[in-house]
Design a protein around this ligand. Structure first.
Ligand code: 13P
Length: 322
């Protein structure tokens, strides 16, 4: 897109199409600002799933990554679910293949499986209860204390849940490539530069970073924290897309993004000019691709009906327990 006039035309076309086609646009907080701004609804994983379930739109465009679109499809299989870029995957979801989870389950026959929502439909179908970062503690606390649990795929989140609930869940060794590469050195440096700042972290970050944080929560919880806080400065340990809504909600406050470790900060042999930690898969979606997929109804995310039936149960369980 060359200029703001082109962008304006594109936005008008999208608005016309969504009206004609009875389509709803949902976006995650990690999406490009232009997508968050045009969306009917922006939320964390749990809020997006809830919104998908309650909408009466015929077409749902998920500006997020594949597992979010799949979850929406599982919750409303009669609707057409589209994603602006079909290659928008999630490194964490990809770290747990269904066949490997099946083997892990076979090795632990007396365990139940709790899976993070960042998983494929196939993995959800092998799961007893799905959780998101905003309801994981609440749900695990409702399970009997002696329940043996396999938790995956995010090791950092599992470790955090174990610490807070006193459980001893067995953890899958997966991680989000964005959250696991935040630099401890940079965080310590930023804390010295901004001694008044509150440190906010997503629970997918490593334990050493969580221990230096003042508040830990899902993207939505972090946003709510800054909205209601009387503090002025915040150091933010999650994908930097969230800064868009934080800045919109609190234009007078200061938000500082923590950069990734130096090795992750080098792209094509050169240091990145931006000091943010961005997910390249989330950022595959953009306004032009949103327009194209809505116009042509392409990039449809489909889930086989047998799989929908199996994957729906642990998601419904989550919704009823959160
Ligand atoms: P939230 O549920 O907190 O939005 O997290 C989603 C996610 O993919 C984090 O990496």
């Amino acid at each position: 897109m060359n200029n703001s006039a082109d962008k304006k035309v594109l936005i008008e076309k999208i608005n016309k199409l969504r009206h004609e086609k009875n389509a709803i646009i949902l976006a995650h907080y990690y999406q490009l600002p232009e997508l968050q701004d045009i969306a009917d609804f922006v939320g964390d994983s749990l809020a997006l799933a809830r919104k998908a379930r309650e909408t009466d739109a015929s077409i749902l465009v998920m500006c997020g990554v594949n597992f979010m679109a799949q979850t929406a499809k599982i919750l409303c299989p009669d609707k057409k679910v589209l994603i602006p870029d079909i290659n928008a995957t999630c490194s964490l979801a990809d770290s747990c293949r269904a066949e490997d989870l099946r083997k892990w389950k076979e090795q632990h026959p007396d365990y139940m499986v709790v899976s993070y929502v960042n998983t494929s439909a196939e993995v959800k179908a092998l799961t007893d209860i799905v959780v998101t970062s905003s309801n994981a503690i609440k749900i695990i606390n409702q399970l009997p204390k002696d329940k043996k649990i396999l938790f995956g795929p995010d090791h950092n989140l599992g470790d955090y849940i174990n610490t807070l609930t006193g459980r001893n869940m067995q953890l899958w060794n997966g991680a989000c490539h964005v959250h696991s590469r935040f630099s401890l050195e940079e965080l310590i440096k930023l804390k010295k530069e901004h001694p008044q700042a509150k440190v906010l972290a997503h629970p997918e970050c490593k334990r050493v970073l969580l221990e230096l944080s003042d508040f830990i929560g899902s993207t939505e919880a972090l946003l709510n924290y800054v909205k209601t806080s009387s503090e002025y400065e915040f150091i933010v340990l999650t994908e930097s897309g969230i800064l868009h809504k934080m800045t919109q909600a609190c234009p007078d406050k200061l938000f500082v993004a923590v950069p990734p470790e130096t090795s992750a900060n080098i792209v094509d042999g050169k240091p990145m000019t931006c000091h943010c930690n961005e997910c390249e898969y989330m950022r595959l979606n953009n306004l032009q691709k949103l327009y194209k997929c809505l116009e042509n109804e392409t990039n449809e995310v489909d889930v086989a009906p047998e799989l929908v039936a199996q994957a729906l149960k642990p998601i419904e369980k989550m919704l009823s327990m959160s």
